[in-house]
Every structure is written in structure tokens, then in C-alpha cells.
Design a protein around this ligand. Structure first.
Ligand SMILES: [Zn+2]
Length: 624
């Protein structure tokens, strides 16, 4: 609390109120009750000025042309990532003005909440927001581009959340164009300020992030739809022809698999930064994906994998949506046990689509399934944390200890394995007449297209039972809600495969890491006693900045495990005491590995089932 004590202080405070932080507002187009004129008047109008892009400051004005009484404005605490990130921390200088331009008091009434009392018809609320978080889950404004996930930028009025709203960008650099996934469409350089988007609700708006800058934009037509590819990167860092070819194959395979195409236009929005970049975020009419440009030089598979996963999300989670995530509560973490299905089984289908699109060979597909089994079995926590519990605890994933193998499994990982087993069980029961594809089509018809949300795991169980006519109670009780060891041979035998265990000698640095968010530096979470790392004083909490002179990424454990024992690696580590370099000579250790192999003898029927499972030949050949 600040109380004025002298006339001079009062004068200074009044002066500050009349000319608030003018330094930062230079070049910002003022928004008043009368200007800019409304192109399409809406109950709530947002104007976002990009004038101060080099300081990462967006200036937001919210105009309520027709309102009276108290307006309560909330800033979401989370969006897209299942992590509470308190976006209000980036907000400063909240002010309000009435129709005559006079300041109106603003009360910071709660954490992430402000109240303004409207005295006339119209009121404008202004604030600045610092945006410098890269990646598909972030929002960024810089001298080179802007990318906005609107829930991180725009406050909302809970009372008006379901009403129409308009959004317009101001003071956009003349060389920048704009593309968004659904609401604002696209505008070429110099025309951006004429673009006004109208959303039917705040929820719809925040599902439509926007990119502004000097990106590359191309389109292709397929299966009656228009696909946009928008890339913010150095055009030498990727092969645009190859990228389009991959996306054509994936989108066609998915539309064919679902026998559905619930959109006319869909956008793949990519950032390929030099350095850290990983992850994708799904939206109903597009996806935003970040991949380290360096990785693209060796292979386009990382783009294909993330794109297939995010594309299938347009059904699973965006339209086939669990009840536990609706309505979205922007003010607190939400309890959901459904992410093993909404995320994990999306990965199952993503890989399946890559195989059907011809982007993975049979062997590569089986190796991917085996590596997921390997990941699950190698985490001790699979014995006590279920797929549903892992989903419920998703919000802990910004905690490095939580992510350690002894503490948690991943709902992506176990969910992906469960998706494979569910597919095989459905095929086994119906002798290949039905599959995971029918389960998704059933859920699409019975929930998505009816405008209903499915009751989490119960809804998936009901779908499996409806299409097969058999009980899945034990499957869901033991493997989804429970932690019973997965009896792989009972499932894979149908396609002539077995899960074999073997041991290999792998290199060991004597420590393991986790990363708390995509693109973050890996953090050491365990150090083996008497290991090379232990002797070099590598400690829990150290972050690995570089490995052999290159930026360390989330895959550093894998990278080290695949080196030859005896190799010397140079690590740059950082902690609160500063940075230091260490050299470690990798030792060797025995590691248990799971492989998917042919049974001792594979029958022609089993081979046919395997072909149907990986390629879906049965599905397109009729007979159902
Ligand atoms: Zn996902």
C-alpha cells in the first residue's frame, strides 16, 4: 500500500497518472471509445498494438462499447500446457478510461483479476504485457515476429466469455504479414491493420493463435480441403517440397482413416528456430509446431511425427473431447484422468498414420512400438502409478523430481502402448472385422458430431464394448486404472509377434536428467554412487548447457547411452554457483532392452493379421 504524505508526492502521483510511463507507449495508436472505428462492432473489442515489439511489450486495449456497472476482467493462469503459469505476472500498467477519455479507477481485486466500474456506456481498459516465451505453448513479440496464444495475452470477462468478440492488430511493422488458424485468416504485408477477426467466444479465439512477421506461406488442396503451410525460419533450413509431400501423405491417410473431414481449411504453422525448439500444440483448425532447425538437416522424420500427432488431435481432444476438460477453467488446474487416451492414443494413431502413409516401414513401425514398451518398462514407477493417475498428475510435470523414472510414468508413453494393445484386442475379438479405427469413428459419431463430451475412460470402454459386443471391464480396471503388468504376449501373439527381453551393454555417464518444459535445458535428477559423474562432482540440480560444444537437449540421456563406452564427453554445466566444464569418460553398464520379434513360428493367418494391423488392408477391402 502506498499513502501520499506530502503535497509534493501527491503532485508527482497525479503527474504520473496523467502521463503514465510514456517512454514505453511511444508509437502506440491510442484506442478511445470512438477510434479506431469499429469495422464490425462487437460486445467486446480487443486491439493489440505491436509498436513496442523490440522490448517484447504488446499494448492491449479492450473496448466495451455498450456496458455499465462493474466489469470483472480475469487473466488465465494456464493455457495449452497442463501447467499453471500465471500469465498475469507479465501484465503491467492496467488503466481504464470512460467515453470522455477520463481515467476510471481500476482495482486489482484478486490474483489475476481486475475490477473496473463503468460509469457511462463505453469503457476502454488498457494494459501492457511482456511476451517473450518462444514455442507453440508460448507467446512472443520481438523485432522479427509475433506469435500469440491469445489466452496468454488477453484478459476476459467471465460474463461475456460466450459472446462474440472482435480482435484487431495495430502498429504492425509494414513488412510483416499475418496468418492465424481460424479467426483472422491472413493478411499480406502492409494490410495487416485492416484485418479484423470476429470470434464467437473467448474459447474460440484462444484456439486460434496468430503469427505476424515475414514467414513463408504455401497452400495445397487435397480431399476437398485447403491446407496452409506457414513457416517462420530461414528458408535454407528446410526443404519446402519435401515438407508438403509429407503433409499431403499424412492428411490424406488421416481423413481416409476417420472417413471424415470436419474443416474446409487447416493450417500447419511451424517455427524452425536455430537452437532449442521442440513441441507441438493442437488446435481445432490447425497446429503450431516448433522444431530445432539443426534436427531437420539430418531428417524430416521429427516434423512428420509431430505433425501426424497434432493433426490427429483435430479429432481426438479437440472434437472427441473428454468431459473432464469442459468447460475449460482458466483459473485453476483441472482434474482429468483422460490424457492417456487424449494424448497417448493420439500418438498410437499418429504412428499408425505414418505407417499407412508410407513414411515408416513395417520394421520402423514395430521398432517404435518396441521403444515405447522399453520406455514404460524401464521406469520403475510403472509398478505403482497408473495411466489415469499419470494423467491426473500432468500438472506436476514442471517439477524435475516428479519427472524422474522412480516417481512417474508418462501418460503419453503408457497411453500409446495401451492404444496399441486396445487395437490388437479389438482385432482379436472380431477377427479383424473391427479395430481402433472403428472405436474412433464410433466416438466421433456418438460424441463429437452430437456436440457431447465423452465421460473419460468410461466413455472409451463403452466405445470398445459397443463395437465388439464384449466386455472390456478387466482391460480398463487392470491396465488403465490399475498397474497390473501388461501381458504383452497375450496381445501380440495375434499378429505373430512376441516381446523379447535382452540385455545390451550401453555407455553410462552415471547420471540421468529430465527437462521441465519443451526446449528447456536438461536438469540432473539422479547421480549414481561411485560413477564417473559422481567422481566429477556432477550434482542433482545441475543443468546441462552444452555437450561437446553443442546445446544440450531433452534427448541428452539417449545421446549419451548411444555413445561407445570409453568415449570422453565434454559437458558445460550450470547451477547457482555458476558455470563449469567437466570431462567424463563414459563407463559401460548392462541395460535391459525389449524387442518386438517374430514368434518361433508364424502362421499365415498371423501374418495376414499383422499386415491388416499395420497397413489396414482389411479396412479398405470391404467385407464389413
Ligand atoms: Zn498431443
Amino acid at each position: 500500500m502506498h499513502v501520499c504524505k506530502t503535497a509534493l508526492t501527491v503532485l508527482l502521483v497525479c503527474f504520473a497518472l496523467a502521463f503514465p510511463s510514456s517512454k514505453r507507449l511511444w508509437g502506440v495508436t491510442p484506442v478511445t471509445c470512438s477510434s479506431p472505428a469499429s469495422a464490425q462492432p462487437q460486445p467486446t473489442e480487443y486491439f493489440v498494438s505491436l509498436a513496442d515489439n523490440i522490448h517484447h511489450l504488446a499494448h492491449v486495449s479492450i473496448r466495451f462499447p455498450q456496458t455499465s456497472g462493474t466489469i470483472t476482467l480475469d487473466m488465465p493462469v494456464w493455457n495449452s500446457l497442463y501447467q499453471v503459469r500465471d500469465f498475469a505476472a507479465n501484465v503491467e500498467n492496467v488503466r481504464a478510461f470512460d467515453a470522455t477519455g477520463r481515467p476510471v479507477p481500476v482495482i486489482d481485486s484478486k490474483i489475476s483479476q481486475w475490477e473496473v466500474i463503468a460509469t457511462g456506456n463505453c469503457i476502454v481498459v488498457d494494459y501492457d504485457i511482456h511476451l517473450d516465451g518462444g514455442g507453440p505453448f508460448g507467446s512472443q513479440l520481438s523485432g522479427t515476429h509475433g506469435f500469440f496464444n491469445w489466452a496468454m495475452v488477453l484478459m476476459y470477462s467471465a460474463a461475456a466469455r460466450a459472446q462474440n468478440l472482435g480482435v484487431q492488430l495495430l502498429d504492425v511493422p509494414a513488412t510483416w504479414g499475418m496468418h492465424d488458424l481460424h479467426i483472422m485468416g491472413e493478411a499480406p504485408a502492409g494490410k495487416v491493420e485492416q484485418a479484423v477477426g470476429v470470434a464467437r467466444s473467448y474459447d474460440e479465439l484462444v484456439d486460434s493463435p496468430v503469427e505476424v512477421g515475414m514467414f513463408q506461406h504455401s497452400t495445397f488442396q487435397q480431399d476437398g480441403a485447403t491446407y496452409h503451410i506457414v513457416v517462420d525460419s530461414d528458408s535454407n533450413d528446410y526443404d519446402s517440397g519435401k515438407l508438403q509431400d509429407i503433409l499431403r501423405k499424412i492428411t490424406h491417410a488421416a481423413v481416409d482413416w476417420m472417413a471424415d473431414r470436419p474443416y474446409e481449411e487447416y493450417t500447419f504453422l511451424y517455427h524452425f528456430p536455430r537452437g532449442h525448439g521442440a513441441g507441438g500444440m493442437e488446435h481445432a483448425y490447425g497446429t503450431a509446431i516448433d522444431i530445432d532447425a539443426e534436427r531437420l538437416h539430418s531428417s524430416m522424420m521429427p516434423v512428420a511425427s509431430v505433425s501426424a500427432h497434432e493433426f490427429f488431435h483435430l479429432w481426438n481432444v479437440k472434437r472427441i473431447r473428454p468431459q473432464s476438460l469442459e468447460p475449460v477453467d482458466y483459473q485453476r488446474a483441472m482434474d482429468t484422468r483422460a490424457l492417456w487416451f487424449s494424448e497417448g492414443v493420439t500418438s498410437t494413431v499418429g504412428d499408425m498414420l505414418l505407417a499407412r502413409a508410407g513414411l515408416l516401414s513395417d520394421r520402423q513401425y514395430l521398432d517404435r512400438v518396441a521403444s515405447e514398451i522399453n520406455e514404460l518398462q524401464s521406469r520403475p514407477a510403472h509398478r505403482w502409478q497408473s495411466a489415469e493417475e499419470s494423467s491426473l498428475d500432468a500438472w506436476f510435470e514442471d517439477n524435475a523430481f516428479y519427472r524422474s523414472p522412480e516417481r512417474s510414468i508418462s501418460y503419453y508413453n503408457k497411453g500409446e502402448v495401451l492404444g496399441v494393445l486396445l487395437d490388437l484386442r479389438i482385432r482379436q475379438i472380431t477377427q479383424d472385422r473391427k479395430s481402433l479405427r472403428d472405436l474412433f469413428q464410433w466416438m466421433n459419431e456418438n460424441y463429437a458430431k452430437q456436440g457431447r463430451f465423452f465421460p473419460d475412460s468410461d466413455g472409451v470402454q463403452q466405445a470398445a464394448e459397443s463395437i465388439t459386443g464384449e466386455s472390456f471391464a478387466e482391460f480398463f480396471h487392470a491396465y488403465v486404472a490399475g498397474v497390473r503388468e501388461l501381458p504383452y504376449s497375450e496381445f501380440f501373439g495375434f499378429v505373430g509377434l512376441q516381446v523379447a527381453e535382452t540385455t545390451v551393454r550401453a555407455a553410462s555417464a552415471g547420471f540421468t536428467t529430465t527437462t521441465t518444459s519443451p526446449g528447456a535445458q536438461p536438469e540432473v535428477v539422479s547421480v549414481d554412487a561411485n560413477s564417473v559423474a559422481h567422481r566429477a562432482a556432477v550434482a542433482i540440480g545441475d543443468r546441462v548447457v552444452e555437450i561437446n560444444g553443442k546445446p544440450a537437449t531433452a534427448s541428452i540421456d539417449d545421446q549419451l547411452a548411444h555413445m561407445r563406452p570409453g568415449t570422453t564427453v565434454k559437458l558445460r554445466l550450470t547451477n547457482r554457483r555458476g558455470q563449469r566444464d567437466v570431462k567424463l569418460k563414459l563407463s559401460s553398464r548392462e541395460e535391459r532392452v525389449y524387442l518386438l520379434q517374430d514368434l518361433a513360428s508364424v502362421t499365415p493367418e498371423q501374418r495376414a493379421h499383422r499386415v491388416a494391423w499395420i497397413h489396414g488392408d482389411d479396412e479398405n477391402g470391404g467385407g464389413r
